[in-house]
Design a protein around this ligand. Structure first.
Ligand code: NAX
Length: 323
């Protein structure tokens, strides 16, 4: 029997409530793997967290080894194999985006310091709490012991949204679509890019869509899909976000045959400024990623790439005193 420890922060929150039950479905790791869940939340959420623990127990999952609920980062992070940093403060009415950035930056700075202190350097960290890319930059900055390649931020929700909307437009099923990627920030400046899309492994699909639809409908719809969900549900997307966290983790654990979008530390690839977490097209194998280089970028695409880079540089400037 092999034991894998997964830590989830914000474990009393909405995303975690959908995520945990999927993680324990037994499909992520080989059959003989048991999962220890370390669930961290703030003291005010401890009663809810206890309720979540009871519900997990009531599922009698075969894959479950044990559950620890805690507010203590040493307990939550120590010995962990995968840390999913989901917990963050929500933006409340009247709050400026810069206030949210700073509030959450402080949380992720403390968590980064704790991860560096208590974790093995093989730990994999996935940052979900917003602003996810800039929070990942802060974590990476405060974890000098841990290779920066081990830290990624969630862009899979954006990629899933883009694939689904595009597949529906050209009337094929989602698994037929490959090489659809999302560049940049998890925000309304992101660039969902269909330039290299293959349908059933073939490039020859361009007759099925027109460029006005891409520019005026597809790109803004994906960029603003989060707001669209809030508009309809009255709450932010939690189930689809949880599903995307699962997909992201699955790619890290089991690799992927497709191009994948994740926020990673830029090192000037595609002339994107270094020292920001930017979503690039990646190939992922054996728990490691490589940025797919030498993709031709059209002039119009370049303007999108630069707009989302500019926003990430601006976010970095706001939190620079915490780096
Ligand atoms: P909830 O507000 O339901 O849950 C957040 C949880 O985090 C709460 O239980 C809260 O007590 C906890 N928390 C707050 N501060 C904490 C701290 N310092 N340490 C540990 N836990 C803490 O939010 P939920 O819907 O679960 O969303 C969580 C985060 O994911 C938010 O920041 C949200 O904006 C972000 N998202 C990121 C996405 C992405 O693609 N990167 C997509 C979905 C989502 O919007």
């Amino acid at each position: 029997m092999k034991k894998t420890i997964i830590t989830i922060t914000g474990a009393a929150g909405n995303i975690a409530y959908s995520l945990i039950f999927r993680l324990l479905s037994g499909q992520l790791f080989p059959k003989n793997t048991k999962i220890q869940l370390n669930l961290l939340d703030v003291p005010e959420s401890s009663k809810i967290l206890q309720g979540v623990k009871y519900e997990i127990e009531d599922c009698a999952f075969e894959s479950l080894d044990s559950i620890i609920t805690t507010e203590n980062m040493e307990v939550a992070f120590g010995d962990s194999d995968y840390i999913l940093l989901v917990g963050a403060k929500p933006r409340i009415k009247g709050m400026q985006r810069s206030d949210l950035l700073l509030d959450n930056a402080n949380i992720f700075k403390k968590q980064g310091i704790a991860i560096n202190q208590y974790c093995r350097n093989s730990v994999r960290v996935i940052v979900v709490g917003n602003p996810a890319n800039t929070n990942a930059l802060i974590v990476s900055h405060h974890t000098p012991k841990i290779p920066s390649e081990n830290i990624t931020s969630l862009m899979r929700l954006d990629q899933n949204r883009a694939k689904s909307i595009f597949a529906s437009k050209i009337n094929v099923s989602v698994p037929s679509i490959s090489r659809l990627i999302v560049w940049g920030n998890h925000s309304a400046t992101q660039f969902p890019d269909i330039t290299n899309v293959q349908v059933d492994g073939l490039d020859n699909f361009s007759h099925k869509y027109n460029s006005d639809w891409v520019k005026d409908d597809f790109i803004p719809r994906v960029q603003n899909r989060g707001a669209e969900i809030i508009d309809y549900r009255g709450k932010s997307s939690a189930a689809s976000a949880a599903s995307a966290v699962y997909d992201h983790l699955n790619c890290i654990v089991n690799g992927s045959d497709d191009w994948e979008s994740m926020g990673v530390l830029s090192s000037n690839t595609y002339n994107i400024s270094s020292e920001i977490f930017y979503s690039f097209p990646l190939s992922i194998n054996n728990k490691n990623y490589k940025i797919i280089e030498n993709i031709d970028i059209a002039d119009l695409s370049l303007s999108y790439l630069k707009a989302t880079e500019k926003e990430l540089i601006h976010e970095r400037d706001i939190i620079k005193d915490l780096l």
